[in-house]
Design a binder for this molecule. Structure first.
Ligand code: B12
Ligand code: SF4
Ligand code: SF4
Length: 233
């Protein structure tokens, strides 16, 4: 039995089930009492949390083929539940989702404990290889002890990126010292000059040189932007 759960047969089987839907296992960590997570099964406390996510455009074809005909609200969230709940059931896990809230589960804090990601100036977590082209879709909470190795140290791209092109690319300077001005962003994207962001995705995110080969396909960019706008209209 390998020391690290991520190297185990169970992790390989889970990864294979997720890969059928273009998703991937994104690491995990041992849960502490401070995490205050719900019990994964009656009388059984949470011991480990595994993160599920998407990297690059891998998930888009699976979602596009299975979505609710484009008519239902939150089609990606609904599809995610449809594919993840049965996988969680197979491994005896409780599935938690980033879109359930408020209050929301702290997925970005969990991600920083699960894999080598760090905050970027755009607030999205940056990964040394995937850049800004990844997200989290679910967490699987297990009652079993998993040997999860600590996250290995990895370079944080933003620390050596002197030019910070991401911060110069937004036409309305929506990334401010106090945070992301989401309403400034949304009114630009929804307006007459917002076509580039609306159809091709956030210009600031696209300006980052890390992982550019993993940029989402245009249809996925437009889908996420429309979902963002629909929450801000
Ligand atoms: C609410 C929310 C938003 C709000 C932010 C409002 C606000 N100022 O709080 C809005 C609607 C603006 C937003 C927009 C976007 N979001 Co958002 N959002 C969330 C959500 C659902 C909850 C955040 C939260 O309150 N968490 C609770 C706290 C307690 O968790 P935490 O981890 O401790 O807190 C961190 C975040 O709150 C973060 N933060 C604070 N303000 C903002 C603002 C933005 C824009 C982001 C990305 C993060 C962020 O800083 C904290 C420390 O790291 C998370 C999912 C989740 N459950 O976390 C996604 C999440 C943060 N969003 C994400 C993304 C990708 C986006 C978008 C870039 C694209 C999109 N899907 O729409 C857009 C930006 C729009 C654009 N023009 O491109 C991803 C980030 C992935 C990553 N690599 O890090 C997440 C994790 C969802 C996911 N499925 O993976 N988002
Ligand atoms: S452009 Fe540079 S500072 Fe901005 S997210 Fe990418 S690596 Fe980080
Ligand atoms: S989507 Fe466009 S307006 Fe909004 S933050 Fe990105 S570059 Fe700025």
């Amino acid at each position: 039995m390998p020391a690290d759960f991520m190297e185990s047969l169970a992790a390989a089987q889970l990864s294979a089930a997720l890969a059928e839907h273009g998703m991937a296992l994104r690491g995990g960590f041992r849960v502490t009492a401070a995490d205050d997570l719900p019990d994964p099964a009656p009388g059984r406390q949470a011991r480990a949390l595994l993160l599920v996510g998407n990297v690059g455009g891998a998930m888009w074809p699976a979602f596009a083929a299975a979505r609710d005909g484009g008519t239902g609200a939150n089609p990606m969230d609904n599809w995610t539940r449809r594919v993840i709940d049965p996988i969680a059931g197979q491994v005896g896990a409780l599935a938690l989702y980033p879109f359930v809230g408020p209050p929301y589960f702290p997925f970005q804090r969990w991600a920083m404990r699960a894999e080598a990601v760090a905050p970027s100036p755009l607030m999205i977590l940056i990964h040394p290889v995937h850049g800004l082209w990844h997200a989290y879709r679910a967490a699987l909470v297990l009652a079993d002890d998993c040997d999860l190795a600590p996250v290995p140290a990895a370079p944080i791209p933003c620390e050596t990126c002197a030019d910070r092109p991401c911060l110069r690319a937004c036409p309305v300077a929506a990334f401010t010292a106090t945070g992301f001005a989401d309403r400034t962003c949304a009114s630009h994207v929804d307006g007459p000059n917002g076509g580039d962001c609306r159809e091709g995705g956030c210009l600031a995110r696209r300006a980052c040189p890390v992982g550019q080969d993993l940029a989402y396909p245009p249809a996925q960019m437009a889908f996420h932007m429309e979902a963002f706008l629909s929450r801000r209209r």
